[in-house]
Design a protein around this ligand. Structure first.
Ligand code: DAH
Length: 347
């Protein structure tokens, strides 16, 4: 085939293609595609003719062919987008969209019951003017025991209760009481501190977990008496359990207080009448307390002749178990969603 012929054909095709209207629907689009760009389409046929074009005319013919191809591809490509867009538009217009339908609610998490109880108790004491302090969970024997007036051979230091860390001269704190000493050394008197946190003991059964939570509280000031201790703890119990709760202090022993006591509240299950939970006594022990021992004040750099104080410590898990009627402490730490979901919606 003579070369002029191909160039002429391409020029007339170029003119034709320039005036092809944009396809309005998928059917039109498909026929344009097949006619010009298909395997047996016009472009394909003309490209085959390229072979017989003399070398000096090849560049012009090739350029024309390329121009026509990109014009067609542009036409087809933008028509494709436009057709799709129109289709979606028609679908939306035809659809009934009920704006009053409730949306799908995302599932919100909630505070773990232990965190919730810890926050509640911390809030009660913050409201009375206590400042919140935290101490390290890995402690030294000095802060966990020695400065708290534990005699060197005290059974609480026994390997059975205390987790000792290998290689370092540290232990996991067995109680939050060391925060007393740390806060006294850091701030000096007067002071009112509440210290929530994790503690560790080598112990495990239905009421003991190797990791559990305590809140320590203490006040240092002039002329502090046992009456201040009892009044503060009574106010706390009333906030936690309601105005009807009764409290009593029983003498007890802790090395870091003198005198020491345990506080009972009237049974939150039976109200004091006697039941299985309070072992028919009508009372439940909820915390240890006492007047801070002069040796502890001295070890924390405070003059016991000028200052005095009271302290108390309570276990969060025990309070949470009583509050929610949970009889196995391990449930708190298994993270079974069926258990945790029951605390949703506030505790
Ligand atoms: N630290 C004690 C314990 O873990 C609890 C305790 C008892 C704390 C009496 C005190 C207190 O501050 O005065 O068993």
């Amino acid at each position: 085939m003579p070369a002029e012929n191909l160039i002429e054909k391409l020029l007339s095709l170029k003119g034709e293609v320039a005036s092809v209207p944009s396809p309005a629907d998928e059917k039109e689009l498909e026929s344009v595609r097949i006619k010009y760009l298909g395997k047996k389409g016009v472009l394909s046929i003309l490209s085959q003719e390229m072979r017989s074009v003399p070398a000096d005319q090849k560049p012009e013919a090739g350029k024309l062919l390329q121009e026509i191809r990109s014009t067609l591809e542009g036409l087809v490509g933008s028509a494709e987008i436009e057709i799709k867009r129109n289709k979606v538009r028609r679908e939306i217009e035809g659809e009934f969209f009920d704006t009053t339908l409730p949306s799908i609610q995302p599932e919100f998490g909630s505070a773990h019951p232990i965190s919730a109880v810890m926050d509640e108790i911390t809030d009660i004491f913050s409201g009375m003017g206590f400042q919140v302090e935290e101490g390290p969970e890995t402690e030294s024997d000095l802060y966990n025991f020695e400065k708290l007036n534990f005699p060197p051979e005290h059974p609480a230091r026994d390997m059975q209760d205390t987790f000792h860390l290998l290689d370092v001269e540290k232990i996991l704190r067995t109680h939050t009481s060391p925060v007393q000493v740390r806060a006294m050394e850091k701030y000096g008197p007067p002071l009112a501190v509440i210290a929530p946190g994790k503690v560790y003991r080598c112990d495990a059964d239905v009421t003991h977990s190797p990791m559990f939570h305590q809140i320590e509280g203490f006040v240092i000031d002039k002329n502090i008496t046992m009456g201040d201790l009892k009044g503060t703890l009574k106010a706390f119990a009333t906030r936690l359990y309601g105005a009807d709760v009764k409290v009593r202090l029983r003498p007890s022993f802790f090395p870091f207080v003198e005198p020491g006591a345990e506080m009972d509240v009237s049974c939150v299950i039976c109200g004091g009448a006697g039941c299985r939970v309070c072992k028919q006594s009508g009372w439940l022990e909820i915390l240890g307390a006492g007047m801070i021992h002069p040796n502890v004040l001295k070890a924390s750099g405070i003059d016991p002749d000028q200052w005095g104080g009271f302290a108390f410590g309570l276990g969060i898990e025990r309070i949470a178990m009583l509050k929610y009627g949970v009889d196995d402490i391990r449930l708190f730490f298994e993270n079974d969603m069926r258990f945790l979901r029951q605390f949703k919606g506030g505790v």
